[in-house]
Design a protein around this ligand. Structure first.
Ligand code: SAM
Ligand code: SF4
Length: 354
């Protein structure tokens, strides 16, 4: 038996009930797209300072601006009630948030009830090793880990303060614990494009899926990011000369198109927000660690969910604010690296969450 809205139901009946009410409350945007995927940033802080993501000197948000773990739980749970089936925790670095496992365990209850299909996170891997077993216990099955290079000096140069050995150790621990791992690498001309094949071979050996991401013009960083912009359409043409790339219909609910690499048997994802428009099938929204809801990664329009969250313990105002925001989800983004500096959007990826 379980309880919902003060009533007691057998779990199966309750799940049916939830599905029905979920449909009644579903978030459908003006273009008929069903919002079922939420990415939530747990913190703007990070133990790395990746050159494409952050400035060397960052001023982080005051603690009072950031949602508490209880508020994050209420917020995510409201979205789950509204039909979110996949929840990705990100940041900044989600695993540097103090007591983060308390929240992840709490959110795991939505997997148990069947309201949520997947609870996952994107991490830089530095702390993954020590949390791997607990993450599994909370119901997490897959983790995305960002890794742009397998060269220790280059890793230090890109992340400014990361230790490749620590990340590789974390990955080995997480794999041994039973977590499925996908590596995300930002493909950068003149930075790591000479390592693409090495990453493919290594991921094949490790049985990790691999996704390449294009640099996105988010937030002011030192240097001109467009210098390193490597269109993945070009990368794909280059890869086709050396690898057997087979089309794959594998989808994870995210924006990547997957290919299968004949030689390694591994899956290769290409996220191409700039050279290919994936907005048509967009099912995602993002919430920052301050409770600001962005209906599109590439647009500035946003809705404040922190005020209704803090106004009352009742979630009615929060749910209303979410519904209102979904009516404003735009048709698509308009990134354009040709514009150069300043970046298309002033906010950093670490604020919106990757
Ligand atoms: N700290 C975690 C990590 O690095 O995986 C989660 C947050 S990070 C902002 C999420 C993803 O965004 C990472 O894969 C990172 O490489 C990517 N990212 C950050 N800034 C980016 C940018 N300007 N363009 C493309 N990807 C970016
Ligand atoms: Fe931190 Fe991730 Fe941004 Fe790198 S990409 S600085 S690890 S938030």
């Amino acid at each position: 038996m379980s309880e919902y809205n003060g009533m007691r139901y057998r779990t199966g009946v309750r799940n049916l009930f939830l599905k029905k009410t979920g449909q009644d409350r579903a978030m459908i945007d003006p273009f008929g797209r069903h919002v079922s995927y939420l990415r939530v940033s747990l913190t703007d802080r990070c133990d790395f300072r990746c050159t494409y993501c952050m400035a060397e000197q960052m001023t982080f948000l005051p603690k009072s601006d950031v949602l508490t773990l209880e508020e994050l739980d209420r917020l995510c749970s409201a979205f789950v009630r509204k039909g979110v089936r996949k929840l990705r925790l990100t940041g900044g670095e989600p695993l540097v948030r103090r007591n983060v496992m308390t929240l992840i365990h709490r959110l795991g209850r939505h997997l148990e009830t069947g309201a949520l299909d997947e609870l996952t996170l994107t991490s830089n891997g530095s702390q993954l090793g020590r949390f791997a077993t607990e993450l599994l216990a909370a119901g997490v099955r897959r983790v995305n880990v960002s890794l742009d290079t397998l060269d220790a000096d280059r890793f230090r140069a890109i992340t400014r303060r990361g230790d490749l050995g620590q990340v590789l150790h974390s990955l080995a621990t997480a794999k041994a614990a039973g977590l499925d791992i996908k590596i995300n690498a930002v493909a950068m001309k003149g930075v790591n494009d000479d390592e693409i094949d090495r990453l493919i071979v290594w991921c094949g050996e490790q049985s990790f899926d691999l996704t390449f991401i294009e640099t996105m013009p988010l937030g002011q960083v030192s240097g001109d990011r467009s210098e390193h912009y490597l269109p993945l359409s070009l990368l794909r043409r280059q890869l086709e000369k050396r690898w057997t790339l087979e089309e794959s219909d594998h989808r994870t609910g995210g924006p990547a198109n997957y290919l299968r690499i004949g030689e390694t048997g591994g899956r290769l994802g290409l996220i191409t927000p700039l050279s290919h428009n994936f907005c048509e099938s967009c099912n995602r929204v993002r919430v920052t660690c301050t409770g600001t809801l962005f209906m599109c990664l590439g647009q500035s329009d946003a809705a404040d969910l922190r005020t209704p969250l803090r106004q009352s313990q009742d979630d009615a105002a929060l749910e209303l604010a979410i519904d209102e925001a979904i009516t404003r989800k735009p048709k698509g983004h308009d990134f354009d690296l040709e514009r150069g500096q300043p970046p298309a959007l002033a906010r950093h990826m670490s604020v919106t969450g990757g």
